[in-house]
Design a binder for this molecule. Structure first.
Ligand SMILES: Nc1ncnc2c1ncn2[C@@H]1O[C@H](COP(=O)(O)OP(=O)(O)OP(=O)(O)O)[C@@H](O)[C@H]1O
Length: 555
């Protein structure tokens, strides 16, 4: 098999992204593909199995018409526009229309509530919204508290709103694209809010539009002719990574399923079998659910490449998936603030449990408190070198928040807020978010390693490991576990799981406390919110300690 990157070391050394002074993704990338006759850009599947296929030329025409509609409604370069649509073709069309205008796109997930919508408008000074019939009432609920909101467009019908399709159908497709500078702000993305309130990151035309060449070419390994499926919701940066900028930079088509509500693993696997999907990008949670199914009954004939990102990827899951499908899930690490920064690129040998090596175009390392790079196998902060040159694929700043922007810099480095160590071969091993690391009897314990050992036990479907306050040890490791189908929680099972972890990792890491739960707290994007479990645990334990009840556990 030939990959887009054959030799990692050589590519890492030679690769450099070229950034022209002016760049507009809609004009310079999409319209270029649109010149190729019938070139497929999207294969969309609706809830009832209906299908729409769209070419790059279709998107060029549709988004130019919408750009005219928006312009006539008074939207201009630099205006912040809230895009709140689920996985419908209009989401892609609107992204491109706003780029043509040079407006700043603020994507959000349809699962937001009226108060979240208000917060986002206030934080960004947004002047317009494009949404659907389901979400429009939420906007109307708070619209009188957003005085600057002047344009409301709905996909569907609603009184007081501009009808998207009618307006587009009546508009001209002749639109002169705003000649945006590469460094002009283009997208405001909110982070997932795993550790706190979502942060607003500013991306330029170049940081995502050009930066994601790295994501699409080297990690997703896409080529024209591929049909790529990203499971992520349109509201998160992962959609920018893997549903538009990554694949369309490479001329690949995106497969889209209009899934609303909860993620259905069985339905996803069936679609993966039915359609000629060549590459799949999903969060580790999705793969964790896939491997609970009997994968032998499926035939994924077209699938050649799978990746995961957003959370640590457990080695056990990679193994089971590989046995069933023949493809290795390649881990990728990055943030809303960045494009892909570290990955097990297809040309690299996989070290199970490692995130892989730095992306070409990024100098990523592990540093200490004094901004010095640490030795191999020493834990520290994952950081990106930003001086003398800032990588193209890194955000510009946090919006209207110079203090936060400053706090993310240490010396010549941007701090990711994550902890890891690098081995002798420069492979990165994720330890945890800086706040999630557990310190017990003087040992530092990363939750990921314990969770990975736990998930290897047949009774464990999913788990979250956090620190729980302890009188003698400061903190102990506590695991919240969702059991696999057919298992019942019992003291014997607790012992069995503990013994299993003791014999599979350094024994001091085993969870001294285990609680079986039906659900884990997650962000809307599906990431485990350990902070919530930790806070709840702290509250419960401190109350118990105050009553003298927690003192019993003094082994
Ligand atoms: N491959 C990966 N392995 C381990 N962790 C990952 C991986 N990819 C992403 N992450 C985690 O996700 C984070 C980036 O996620 P995102 O930008 O969506 O916001 P968040 O950090 O989840 O939310 P917030 O910053 O609001 O708390 C990374 O900093 C890292 O902690």
């Amino acid at each position: 098999m030939t990959y887009n990157m054959e030799n990692y070391d050589q590519t890492y050394q030679d690769f450099k992204l070229e950034v022209p002074e002016y760049f507009n993704f809609a004009r310079d990338i999409v319209d270029k593909w649109a010149d190729e006759e019938d070139k497929l850009a999207m294969w969309w599947v609706g809830d009832e199995g209906s299908e729409i296929k769209k070419t790059f030329a279709d998107f060029k025409v549709g988004s130019s018409k919408l750009a005219n509609v928006l312009k006539d409604l008074g939207i201009k370069k630099g205006d912040r526009v809230f895009l709140l649509l689920p996985k419908v073709p209009q989401w892609w069309e609107t992204m491109l229309a706003l780029m043509r205008l040079g407006a700043i796109i603020m994507p959000g997930t349809s699962q937001l509530m009226p108060k979240d919508i208000k917060y986002r408008f206030e934080a960004s000074d947004g002047v317009a919204i494009i949404t659907d019939e389901e979400n429009a009432p939420k906007v109307d609920e708070v619209a009188d508290q957003i005085p600057q909101l002047k344009v409301k467009i709905v996909v569907g019908q609603r009184e007081g709103w501009t009808n998207y399709q009618e307006a587009v159908d009546a508009a001209s497709s002749d639109f002169t694209v705003e000649n945006t500078k590469s460094d002009d702000p283009a997208i405001l993305y909110f982070t997932s809010g795993t550790t706190g309130y979502p942060k607003m990151t500013v991306h330029t035309n170049a940081s995502y539009g050009i930066g994601h060449i790295i994501t699409g070419k080297f990690w997703l390994d896409l080529k024209p002719g591929d049909l790529h499926w990203n499971l992520s919701d349109t509201g998160w940066a992962k959609a920018a990574w893997s549903s538009i900028f990554g694949p369309w930079n490479m001329g690949a088509a995106v497969f889209v399923q209009h899934s609303v509500g909860k993620f259905g693993p069985k339905e996803t696997l069936k679609l993966l079998e039915k359609y000629p999907i060549t590459t799949l990008c999903g969060p580790p949670t999705a793969y964790r659910l896939f491997v609970l199914d009997d994968l032998k009954k499926y035939n994924f004939a077209s699938l050649r490449h799978c990746v995961a990102a957003g959370e640590p990827l457990n080695p056990e899951v990679i193994e089971v998936w590989k046995k069933a499908t023949g493809t290795t899930i390649r881990d990728g690490y990055g943030q809303t603030e960045s494009v892909l920064m570290v990955a097990t690129f297809p040309c690299l040998d996989v070290k199970f449990g490692s995130m892989g090596k730095p992306s070409p175009g990024f100098y990523v390392s592990v540093i200490d408190e004094d901004a010095n790079e640490v030795e191999a196998n020493q834990e520290g902060d994952i950081a990106v070198r930003i001086k003398p040159e800032r990588p193209v694929g890194l955000f510009k700043e946090y919006y209207n928040d110079p203090e936060r922007t400053q706090a993310s810099i240490r010396g010549d480095w941007y701090l990711t807020g994550d902890r890891a160590y690098k081995d002798e071969d420069d492979y990165f091993w994720f330890v945890g978010r800086a706040d999630d690391v557990i310190i017990s009897s003087g040992y530092r314990i990363g939750p990921f390693e314990v969770e990975s050992a736990l998930v290897e036990h047949p009774a464990v479907a999913e788990s979250a490991v956090v620190a729980s306050p302890h009188e003698m040890r400061g903190e102990v490791v506590k695991a919240f576990i969702i059991l696999a189908p057919g298992y019942q929680g019992s003291d014997d099972l607790v012992k069995d799981i503990q013994n299993y972890v003791k014999s599979n990792t350094a024994p001091y890491k085993y969870p001294r406390e285990i609680e079986f739960v039906e659900e884990l707290p997650k962000t809307i994007s599906g990431k485990i919110r350990r902070v919530e479990l930790r806070d709840q645990e702290k509250k419960n334990k401190l109350a118990k300690m105050a009553k003298g009840e927690a003192a019993a556990d003094k082994e």
